[in-house]
Design a protein around this ligand. Structure first.
Ligand code: HEC
Length: 112
């Protein structure tokens, strides 16, 4: 009986560890990301990039998987965000921060 309990406790531990991993599945941000974002939004700061990443994870991961930034170009993301704005409460500042975050990883529109 005790054995079974121990096994169950381990299972919970492993499950929660996997859960934590899933939460931090977005790539970490570095200087290269900042440089890439600055090509689209010249005054971008690392803080904005982090806020955008948080907002993206919180607001855009509520209903479906978080699509990787590299899935689309920034233009395509902007179209998508316009559509999603009907489904989720986002003010203009949130939208801008999410765009900033996505711009760092977005597919390059010159490479189709
Ligand atoms: C309230 C739920 C909800 C939220 C929040 C939400 N989405 Fe969506 N999203 C959907 C649904 C439902 C679909 C598929 C049907 C559609 O396009 O309306 C979708 C589709 C998408 C697609 C298209 C996927 C594909 O493969 O074509 C993208 C990209 C996307 N969402 C991005 C976002 C982004 C970015 C945000 C945050 C700004 C966001 N979503 C927030 C519900 C949501």
């Amino acid at each position: 009986m005790k054995r079974w309990h121990e096994a169950f406790a381990w299972l919970l531990l492993v499950a929660s560890a996997l859960g934590l991993r899933a939460c931090s599945s977005l790539e970490l941000l570095n200087e290269t990301d900042l440089e890439r974002a600055k090509k689209h939004f010249p005054s971008t700061t690392m803080e904005q990039l982090h806020s955008g990443r948080d907002l993206y994870a919180r607001k855009c991961g509520a209903c479906h998987i978080l699509h990787p930034a590299s899935k689309m170009t920034l233009d395509e993301w902007q179209n998508e965000i316009t559509k999603m704005k009907r489904k989720v409460q986002l003010d203009e500042q949130d939208v801008r921060l999410i765009e900033i975050y996505l711009s760092a990883g977005a597919r390059d529109s010159s490479i189709q």
